[in-house]
Unconditional design. Structure first.
Length: 283
């Protein structure tokens, strides 16, 4: 028997996902997903698609030539980017960039801070994945980059009041304020959009689970890595390249990571923040 709560959530999901204000999946992104999922997918197919979007191609090339990937030679074309970074890396970059560009186009210029936070969480997730070998680092980066798209979904759909709800002070967590105001939080809203767009499961899971409770014995997968990355970024002082003094009580041992490892990752993240302006800075 379907409970009233489940019925209300299903109705709200349909209302949000089918809203004329919330964007539908772009044709180019749909084609990229089909190439990625195809059994005979090739680097040439991906490059041919990306070349149809100059902004997308430009962002991928700028990041490939930044210190973020540490390429020793100039990456002058998308084909060379695939050759030097790998098909999976370029595919994940294309997915992350195109999805964010689509959402940001509807969300307005005030999304700059969220864009910055999301890029940093993506970078932190990549570093954690590299350290732990728990998941593919580039998939972790993309999932981290997209973990907060639900905030954009709610902001678009509840334009008049979302910013007020999101900026209220006090100790009440944002997800609780969102549920009280709208009946759903940004984590679930992001997962709804990801599922409706048929995005890879690791992105949908990271959106849905990035505020879940985790402990020392929680198995590390992509969504848990993103959850940890989100927490780490919140406690990191990027100007000083370290963690806030009170961070140890919140981070030590989560997912099996020691506080010392978190400190090292925070320092690496500080060194990557300028390269990440390719995502959230000026073009």
């Amino acid at each position: 028997m379907v409970t009233k709560e489940a019925h209300d959530l299903a109705r709200l999901r349909a209302e949000i996902v089918n809203s004329k204000d919330v964007p539908t999946i772009p044709v180019l992104l749909l084609r990229i997903l089909r190439v990625v999922d195809g059994e005979r997918a090739s680097a040439k197919d991906l490059v041919d698609l990306m070349q149809r979007d100059q902004a997308l191609a430009g962002r991928v090339l700028r990041l490939a030539n930044s210190g973020f990937f540490g390429c020793a030679r100039e990456v002058s074309s998308l084909s060379r980017a695939v050759m030097m970074l790998g098909f999976s890396t370029v595919k994940n970059l294309a997915l992350g960039i195109k999805i964010w560009e689509t959402m940001a186009a509807r969300g307005g210029p005030s999304l700059a801070a969220l864009w910055e936070h999301s890029a940093l969480v993506g970078a932190a997730a990549r570093l954690i994945a590299q350290r732990t070998r728990a998941t593919d680092p580039e998939e972790a980066f993309t999932a981290g980059l997209l973990h907060d798209i639900g905030k954009v979904v709610l902001r678009i759909h509840f334009t008049a009041v979302y910013d007020a709800v999101a900026t209220v002070g006090g100790d009440t967590p944002l997800v609780v304020r969102e549920r009280d105001a709208f009946g759903v939080d940004h984590a679930r809203a992001g997962a709804w959009l990801g599922a409706s767009w048929q995005l890879p499961a690791m992105i949908v899971d990271a959106c849905r689970d990035h505020h879940d409770e985790i402990g020392p014995d929680t198995p590390l997968g992509t969504s848990v890595v993103v959850n940890l990355a989100n927490r780490l970024v919140q406690w990191t002082d990027l100007e000083q390249g370290g963690l806030a003094p009170e961070a140890e009580a919140s981070l030590d041992g989560l997912g099996g990571l020691s506080f010392g490892t978190c400190v090292e990752i925070a320092a690496e993240l500080q060194g990557q923040k300028d390269d990440l302006r390719v995502f959230y800075g000026a073009d």
